[in-house]
Write a protein that binds this ligand. Structure first.
Ligand SMILES: [Zn+2]
Length: 168
């Protein structure tokens, strides 16, 4: 309440600018400053592996581990009937479209280690089963009930390395 009105106005302007600048990657749904995010725009990334996450912040958490050289797919949430979120509210159709040309050979399910994340991983495992690709899930060892983004780099890196195949 003691803030200078000029400061408040400036803050509102900055927030509006940030909001204007932030876009979502046309391919993976990650935050982006251009049509493609930094990762999709990087030619050196391995396009045969897609890591599926709930939110852009999970992309940032996995990038910090330096364990993964593939690309991502951001679902925009997790299945949670209590919150009225079903598969149709997530970017599942976009994922299937990306998998259609057969380039991808592994899909890594890196949803959060909580009920909604597990429900989402189970749903995706079933949905992807008819496709000819390996589906893996991050190894346990992540704090159960938590958010992927809160796992420390070492734990998350290990979970990545020790991922198990749920469908081959
Ligand atoms: Zn992208």
């Amino acid at each position: 309440m003691e803030a200078d009105p000029a400061d408040v106005t400036r803050l509102v302007q900055v927030l509006a600018e940030v909001k204007d600048k932030i876009r979502f990657c046309r391919v993976c749904g990650n935050v982006a400053e251009a049509e493609l995010c930094r990762i999709c725009g990087d030619e050196r990334r391995d396009r045969t592996a897609i890591c599926v996450v709930e939110e852009p912040k999970d992309v940032a958490a996995i990038e910090r581990t330096r364990e993964f050289r593939g690309v991502y797919h951001v679902l925009g949430g997790a299945i949670s009937p209590m919150d009225g979120v079903g598969p149709g509210d997530l970017r599942v159709r976009e994922l299937l479209t990306r998998l259609a040309d057969g380039t991808v050979t592994e899909v890594i399910l890196a949803t959060d280690p909580n009920i909604a994340g597990e429900a989402t991983a189970t749903y995706l495992t079933r949905t992807l089963a008819p496709l000819e690709l390996r589906v893996t899930r991050l190894a346990s060892g992540l704090p159960v009930g938590g958010d992927l983004e809160y796992a420390d780099e070492v734990t998350l890196g290990r979970a990545f390395e020790g991922r198990r195949t749920v469908h081959a």
